[in-house]
Structures are given as structure tokens and as C-alpha cells.
Design a protein around this ligand. Structure first.
Ligand code: PRP
Ligand code: ZN
Length: 283
């Protein structure tokens, strides 16, 4: 049975469950257990700590995983990164007390830097030829400078709120991260096929999320202009209305362009414009 490891808590865990559900892999979230079977897809969901996911996938305890790229890099696990998932964006950054003057990476020479990401931290400073003292801690990294346990921190920054509330400022971004789908490098033929199906659905979900379905009535003499305004996947659908001189036009537009297109369509006489969400687009 194909198994996918996801984070058992936090925002990434919720987004992972949301994505799986949008691609037709429903989990009974009311009783989310350590291991549960999907309702309508041949897959098991393993709910674990995010740090454990790269290793579990590398050892083939789970064939797939959804985890932050930062965890994959930190663990150095032998997994394939199948694709970015477009959520859980964050960065791994160095931060120092805000009253300190920052002079560039040399600032950190000989300094104690608290982190839960020692491998990425060491690699960064080795690359620069700067010796630092890592202080490895599994949580609450942000409080270590004020507690006198470290001079600086190397941690995940998302909104930046945690840094501000701890009197710290971000001075170097070392790595950008987001949630990724990972796979064991030696999947069986049948697991490979299921992964292809999951990837195909994820891609459809990604495309559809940025799109709106638009339908409207348009005076027949404005039809050509309307078709220019709305270049659809092939071309818009046009149907004659029972009322002479009018047509119904259906098309798909990018959400970011929606209001601009609506303005242009109104200007050429479009009426009764309906905007609908697109659930899936299968190209
Ligand atoms: C990370 C990080 C900070 C916080 C930063 O912790 O360690 O505490 O997020 O986010 P912000 O910039 O939006 O304030 P996370 O929530 O991942 O929990 P963890 O420390 O238990 O892994
Ligand atoms: Zn944290």
C-alpha cells in the first residue's frame, strides 16, 4: 500500500490535508490517527513530526511525503523532490539583536548562533570560511539571545512577527523554503503510477485555483470584440440567446485579470455577468 507522510500539526499539516482533499484524497480528519487510510484513493496517511518525514521517506517507511524544503535540506535525506506545492513559504535567516550594528557575514565570526538547523548553518558558514559556534536547540530558538544563551539565531522566518516580538532583526536570508512533495527514489511500478496520478491532480488544482469562469450576455455586434478580450483555452463558447441580437458567452480568465476584463466587457455592452469559481481544470 502506498503511504504518504504528512505533518501531524501546525499550518503545514492543515494545508497538506487541504491539498490532499482537493485532489480527491479524503481523510477522516475528525479522528486523525498516526496512520489512517484514505476514503477514496489507495493510499495511507502517516501523521508524524515534520523532522521525521525526510528520513521516513528515505527509508521507504512512507513512499511519499509533504514537508518543508528546509527539513529535507537539513536532514540531507536521499529523497526525490517531486515538486513545489506553493504553500508554507518561509525562509531560513540569521537574526541578531536589533540594537546591534550589522557589518556583513564577518559579524558572525566566533559568535554563538542558536538553531534547529545546524547542518544548513554549518554549510553556509563553511562556504564563507567563517568559524562560528552553533548552539543546537530544538525549539524556542528566538528567546536564546535575550536569555544570554546565544549571540544570534538562525531560524525560520515567515511573517517576521516572532523576530520583532523578541527584539531581533533579520540580517541574512540563507535559504528560501516552501512545502514540497518528496518521494522515495526507488518506487515500485505501481506506486510510480499512483504518484503520476497524484501529480496530475495537483497540477490541475494549481491551474484552477488562479482561474474564474465567466458567463455573460453580449450584444451580437460586440461578439468579436468580446472574444478578443477573452482568449480562452481554445476559444470562448458562444451560444445564441432566444432574444434576437444577443449571445451568451462563456470563458475562463485569470483571477488577477478578472476586474479589468469585466470593465472592458461592460464597456462593450455585456450584461448579466456571472463569475464562478473553477473547481478543476483538466488540460
Ligand atoms: C517557526 C519559527 C518561529 C516562527 C516564525 O516556528 O521557529 O518560531 O515559525 O514565524 P513568523 O516569522 O511568522 O513569526 P514554527 O511555527 O514552525 O514552530 P516550531 O518552532 O515548533 O517548528
Ligand atoms: Zn520555531
Amino acid at each position: 500500500m502506498l503511504r504518504i507522510a504528512i505533518q501531524n500539526k501546525g499550518r503545514l499539516g492543515e494545508e497538506s490535508v487541504g491539498l490532499l482533499s482537493r485532489v480527491g484524497i479524503e481523510i477522516d480528519t475528525a479522528k486523525r490517527k498516526y496512520l489512517s487510510k484514505a476514503i477514496n484513493f489507495p493510499i495511507e496517511i502517516l501523521n508524524v513530526r515534520d523532522d521525521d518525514i525526510p528520513g521516513l521517506v528515505a527509508e521507504n517507511s512512507a513512499q511519499l511525503g509533504i514537508v518543508g524544503l528546509n527539513e529535507v535540506e537539513e536532514k540531507g535525506a536521499k529523497v526525490n523532490i517531486v515538486r513545489n506545492l506553493g504553500f508554507g513559504a518561509c525562509r531560513l535567516s540569521l537574526a541578531i539583536p536589533k540594537r546591534e550594528e550589522y557589518t556583513g557575514p564577518e559579524y558572525f565570526r566566533g559568535k554563538r548562533i542558536a538553531t534547529s538547523y545546524p547542518r544548513i548553518l554549518r554549510r553556509y558558514f563553511e562556504g564563507l570560511g567563517i568559524d562560528i559556534i552553533p548552539v543546537v536547540i530544538s525549539g524556542s530558538v528566538e528567546i536564546t539571545p535575550s536569555a544570554g544563551m546565544a549571540d544570534a539565531i538562525f531560524d525560520i522566518v515567515s511573517s517576521g512577527g516572532t523576530l520583532i516580538s523578541n527584539g531581533l532583526k533579520e540580517v541574512e536570508t540563507v535559504m528560501e523554503s516552501q512545502a514540497v512533495l518528496v518521494a522515495n527514489p526507488s518506487l515500485s511500478e505501481s506506486d510510480r503510477e499512483l504518484l503520476d496520478e497524484i501529480e496530475f491532480r495537483i497540477e490541475s488544482d494549481r491551474i484552477s485555483r488562479g482561474m474564474k469562469y465567466l458567463l455573460m450576455n453580449i450584444p451580437t455586434e460586440s461578439l468579436e470584440k468580446a472574444i478578443e478580450i477573452l482568449p480562452a483555452m481554445r476559444s470562448p463558447t458562444v451560444l445564441p440567446l432566444a432574444t434576437p441580437g444577443w449571445h451568451s458567452l462563456h470563458s475562463v480568465v485569470e483571477s488577477s485579470q478578472l476586474w479589468e476584463k469585466v470593465r472592458q466587457l461592460k464597456a462593450i455592452g455585456a450584461e448579466g455577468i456571472l463569475v464562478l469559481s473553477v473547481d478543476k481544470i483538466i488540460l
